[in-house]
Write a protein that binds this ligand. Structure first.
Ligand code: FPP
Length: 256
C-alpha cells in the first residue's frame, strides 16, 4: 500500500558521549566502576541497534584526554575494563562484520592495551557492516592540533604552500576523515555540552540530549533519538527553500 510518509531517514554516522556511568553506580551505592561495567553492556546493545538499523558508522567517546586526571583508582579500573573488553569482544565484533578503530593519543596507553587495539584494527580491517570508532585518550582540540601539525610539516618540507591550506586539506588530516561527518550526536546523562568531542567533525551535526544515564540506554531511547532526527530539517547554512531542492545542497561527502 502506498504511503504519504517520507522515507525513514537514518543517520549514516552516529556519535555518542556515553555519560552517566558514575551517577548510575552512585545511585545504587556501588563503586563507580560498576557503572562503567554496566556502561560496557550498553555499548554492546548500541552496536546491535546500529547494525539492525543500517547505521553505517558509530563513534563512541570512551575516554577523553581530560579523563586521565580522574582518581588513579578509576583510571586503573577503566583501563582494566578496556583491556578485558578488547580481549572478549573483538572476535564477536569481527564475526558480525564490524570494523573497529581507535582515535586519540594512543601513545598514552600501556603496551598491552596498545597491542590489543592494533590487533582489533588489523583483524577487522576488511569489515564494512559497521565502522565502529572508539575515541580513547581523545580530544577534539588535540585532533585539530594534530591535523595542523601535519600541515605545518608539509609546508616546512616544501610539499605544499601555506596558501594551499584550506578546510578540505585540514579536514582530511583530522580523525575519521574517510567517513561522512556524524549526522547525529547523542549525549546521555543530562549535560548539555560537547566536552571536547569531535569539534571539527560536529560542525553541522544534529545534536540530541537525554537525561537517561548511559547504562540505562536501550533500544527505545535510541529509537526516540532516530525519530527526532528524522524530523529535523538540515539546512547546512542554506535556506529552507534551497534544501528542498536537492541540487543546491552541499556534497554529503568526507568531512565537508
Ligand atoms: C562517562 O561517565 C563515561 C566514561 C568516562 C567512560 C565510558 C566507558 C564505558 C561506557 C565503558 C566501556 C566502553 C567501551 C568502549 C568498552 P561518567 O563516569 O563521567 O559518569 P558521571 O557523569 O555520572 O560521573
Amino acid at each position: 500500500m502506498a504511503s504519504d510518509a517520507p522515507p525513514a531517514r537514518v543517520p549514516r554516522h552516529l556519535a555518542i558521549i556515553m555519560d552517566g556511568n558514575g551517577r548510575w553506580a552512585e545511585r545504587r551505592r556501588r563503586p563507580r566502576v560498576i557503572g562503567h561495567r554496566a556502561g560496557a553492556r550498553a555499548v554492546n546493545q548500541c552496536i546491535d541497534f546500529c547494525i539492525e538499523h543500517g547505521i553505517g558508522a558509530l563513534t563512541l567517546f570512551a575516554f577523553s584526554s581530560e579523563n586521565w586526571g580522574r582518581p588513579e583508582e578509576e583510571v586503573g579500573a577503566l583501563m582494566k575494563l578496556f583491556l578485558n573488553a578488547l580481549a572478549s569482544e573483538v572476535e564477536e565484533l569481527h564475526r558480525r562484520g564490524v570494523r573497529v578503530r581507535f582515535i586519540g593519543e594512543r601513545e598514552r596507553f600501556g603496551d598491552a592495551i596498545r597491542a590489543r587495539m592494533e590487533h582489533a584494527e588489523t583483524l577487522t580491517r576488511g569489515n564494512a557492516t559497521l565502522h565502529l570508532s572508539i575515541a580513547a585518550s581523545y580530544g577534539g582540540r588535540w585532533d585539530i592540533v594534530n591535523a595542523a601539525r601535519g600541515l605545518a610539516a608539509d609546508v616546512a618540507a616544501g610539499r605544499i604552500r601555506p596558501e594551499d591550506i584550506d578546510e578540505r586539506s585540514l579536514g582530511m588530516r583530522t580523525a575519521l576523515a574517510d567517513l561522512p561527518p556524524p549526522d547525529l550526536f547523542i549525549r546521555t546523562g543530562g549535560d548539555l555540552r560537547i566536552s571536547n568531542f569531535l569539534l571539527w567533525q560536529l560542525a553541522y551535526t544534529e545534536l540530541w540530549f537525554t537525561e537517561t544515564l548511559w547504562p540505562d540506554v536501550d533500544a527505545a531511547t535510541l529509537r526516540q533519538a532516530l525519530a527526532d532526527y528524522a524530523m529535523r530539517e538540515r539546512r547546512f547554512g542554506l535556506t529552507g527553500a534551497q534544501v528542498s531542492t536537492p541540487s543546491s545542497m552541499p556534497p554529503s561527502g568526507t568531512n565537508e
